[in-house]
Design a protein around this ligand. Sequence first.
Ligand code: 0X9
Ligand code: ZN
Length: 321
Amino acid sequence: GHSLTWRRYHRYTDILGYMDYLKRKYPDMVSVIKIGKSTRGLSLRVLKISTGPAENATAKPAIWIDGGTHAREWISPAVATYIMKQLVEYSKTNQLIVNSFDWYIMPVLNPDGYEYSHTSDRLWRKTRSKNKDDGRALWGDLFNFCGDNVGVDPNRNWDFQWSKQGASDSPCSDTYAGPKAFSEPEVKAVADFLLDNMENMKFFLTFHSFGQMWLLPWSYTSERVADFDDLMSMGKKATDAIANVRGTKYKIGSTTKLLYHSAGSADDWAKAVAGIKYAYTVELPDKGDSGFLLPASEITPTGKETFAGIKAMTQAYVEQY
Ligand code: 0X9
Ligand code: ZN
């Protein structure tokens, strides 16, 4: 068995236990890939869901989904495991999209931070690496305002336009970009994995909270992506389907238009470097009433609507391509 309930938020071991359970119970469809270790030694794992090669022997298109980049955004790992459940345990109901794609789901990209947000500081955001004095950050270096001086923002650490607009060079900041691009083993491991699989990767979805926004690149510049219209219409398939479940309204648009600049973030890298066409950052509910502290009773309804969005969007892809 396993201990995941979707009625409360779970620790990292429970989440890994569910992935192992799926692999044991559905060995023909599910495998667990170890892609590296976190700074504090936790295993970084991706669930692969695949019903085997396509009939015409060409590789299937693939989809990347991650959660738990930011430690305190607990709804994102919960939604990621909810999606696993739908695809694997209800594979008959979701036959078309299960068979049409290879799915790679990493529920907790930053397990050190996630665990720390359970044990010590509920609102922790970053990784848990120890910051050395890198000589760039005057105030952080001189006065060490941030106590133990730990953590890099994993969503500012990617090696594309790194440490430009919307990222901080102060180790004390919650948007600290790190001493260098890919300083964080968690981010580097995901990047390497994506590069190994980039040929077939068609969707890159990184789940965050909160805000109810379906965000398109770029976040380093306010210029439009070349295929902006494609990304908008594909994203709208998702946000329309989400709204149809229980009326949850998402905004959709580029990051800089709806939010702010955030150079060095995952979706920009996925689009620009890995060449993944449909790269999105999804800010899950709510819009701020509970914010990061979304009640656990919202896990199932949020999972349900989010899965409906992904299902509609990926079905549209199958029809279109
Ligand atoms: O600032 C962030 O990293 C994201 N917001 S959060 O509250 N979850 O921390 C927004 C990222 C927006 N950037 C991109 N879409 N690239
Ligand atoms: Zn986030």
